[in-house]
Ligand binder design. Sequence first.
Ligand code: DGY
Length: 323
Amino acid sequence: MTKPSVLVTRRWPAAVEARLAEDYNTVLNTGDTPMSPAEIRDALKHYDAVLPTVTDTLSAEALDVPTAQTKILANYGVGYSHICEPSARELGMTVTNTPDVLSECTADIAMTLLLMVARRAGEGERELRAGNWTGWRPTHLVGTKVSGKTLGIIGYGRIGQEMARRAHHGFGMDVVIYNRSQVAPDILAKCNATQVDTVDELLPQCDFVSLHCPGGAANRHLINGRRLDLMKPDAFLINTARGEVIDEHALIQALMFDTIGGAALDVFDGEPRISSDLLQCDNLVMLPHLGSATKEAREAMGFRVIENLNDFFNGKNPRDKVI
Ligand code: DGY
């Protein structure tokens, strides 16, 4: 039997690429450059499966093909707001993602950011590397204590829950959460978390707010100027979800005028382009979308894509089918 043809849009860990090549007619993007909408449209006409990731924009424009050879978009990554859902549905495509396997590592990065911004670690490193450190003094780079403070979590899926576990059991933090649907009492109880009904109710209570909701149109600018004003003047905002969840212009204002304590971002609207105004903000820590960037998570994500593909081509419902 001919093996299904599969296009991988970016380089993947070597072990996963090797396994994929055993079972499928695999074409790799050896140059590792993001594909244009025209290249994606072309791929949809020629491959049985396309394996995209967050850097591929599978917009209505890219999915605008009369008929597609591709029957499955097996996404490498948990977030899939870069795939236009109505267009994928119209083409009758199955879409899968890779949940679970990156939750702990993404929560680790969220906690890293939280600690870095609270303890001014980015500022300290910049000072030291620039050769400007004049030595220890009682008033030098004084930050904010993390232990025992209140953490607000927006989006209480797997990553949000892992973040709560670290914050509550590691740092004795009180956890307040907002989630679209009601969270089961036993899940809340694991971190003694309190669920509130609205984002507006959560924000004024928290010393730290960490975003773990999906991106896409529904949550675009969920954190806008009005909501930033609801935060305590010394509170910190952490984003490892998607850049579009924050109105970046409003955040820049809040950081420049010190209406919040600071922010820490792993994701950016329109990344990898970074606003030059963000670069001016000292009370901001930035990482280049490293949430799932561990050997363990990145390999597990790839093997999870292969499981989804195997299910699909064996006529089963893939376990991570989202569309
Ligand atoms: C995802 O999985 O959605 C991340 O943003 C990349 O790990």
